[in-house]
Design a protein around this ligand. Structure first.
Ligand code: ADP
Ligand code: ADP
Length: 226
């Protein structure tokens, strides 16, 4: 079963903008996949639909064989989302942020504590776990967003423009964390408008423009075509 299977996905916003004009996409389990394209191409809309933040106009989305339309809550349990904006409480400590998130998802406290240690380590935040989050560097804050999404141990992790507006050093730190997560078996899909980011991280990619997939395939063969 693919990690993600999208067929004929269309989205027309209320203002009449046709953001997606029929997207087909298959991402295999274990893949590290990039959705690459310029601003306004439809990347965020696609991720928004996958993560149930945006309603589709038509088409189908399956996450590990679970239909998003008929089994939304089951599909959502398989999914971790890292939003673009930092949206945790800056006056809480990283460990508490992770524990509270796990609590929200009904994960027992003892299990949550084990997961928190693991995710803090993967995000290179072990020695910052009990500091006020406000005092973390920009890179640490981005990695905390990733650690939090991983607390539910999603099979599919999606990130919307993870390095929008962050400098190259921060980006490299995030890339390292994401590579480790993928190596441990989690399928990752991210959107980016940096070819360099897709090239550095991803095995497969789709290029999206004006609401359509214009090219799709392994990174290597795609680079050869550019
Ligand atoms: P990308 O993430 O590739 O930059 P988006 O999915 O954000 O692209 O946007 C695709 C198109 O849909 C753009 O023309 C954008 O202006 C439009 N759009 C995005 N969100 C909304 C919205 N909430 N309402 C109306 N139009 C939107
Ligand atoms: P992104 O950087 O993800 O492509 P934008 O910066 O274009 O998104 O948009 C930021 C927010 O505004 C998003 O929530 C998007 O859905 C919304 N948005 C984008 N374009 C429009 C639009 N034309 N009309 C209404 N909302 C929009």
């Amino acid at each position: 079963t693919p990690a993600l299977e999208i067929h004929g996905l269309r989205k027309t916003y209320d203002n009449g903008v046709e953001a997606l004009k029929g997207i087909d996409l298959v991402v295999q389990p274990g893949d590290f996949y990039a959705l690459l394209g310029p601003n306004g191409a439809g990347k965020s809309t696609t991720l928004g639909i996958i993560s149930s933040l945006v309603n589709k106009t038509s088409g189908s989305v399956n996450i590990f064989g679970v239909d998003l339309e008929t089994d939304r809550s089951q599909a959502m349990r398989l999914l971790g989302l890292v939003p673009q904006e930092l949206n945790f409480n800056m006056f809480e400590k990283p460990r508490d942020i992770l524990m509270n998130y796990a609590g929200f998802y009904g994960i027992p406290r003892a299990e949550a504590a084990v997961r928190a240690e693991k995710q803090l380590a993967a995000a290179q935040l072990s020695n910052k776990a009990d500091m006020m989050s406000r005092t973390l560097s920009g890179g640490m804050k981005r990695r905390l967003m990733i650690a939090r999404a991983m607390m539910t141990e999603p099979k599919l992790l999606i990130l919307d423009e993870p390095s929008a507006g962050v400098d190259i050093e921060i980006r490299r730190g995030m890339w390292q964390t994401l590579r480790e997560i993928n190596a441990a078996g989690t399928t990752i899909i991210l959107t980016t408008h940096y070819l360099e980011e897709a090239e550095s991280l991803c095995r497969n990619l789709a290029i999206i423009n004006h609401g359509r997939i214009v090219a799709e395939g392994p990174m290597r063969s795609m680079l050869a075509q550019l």
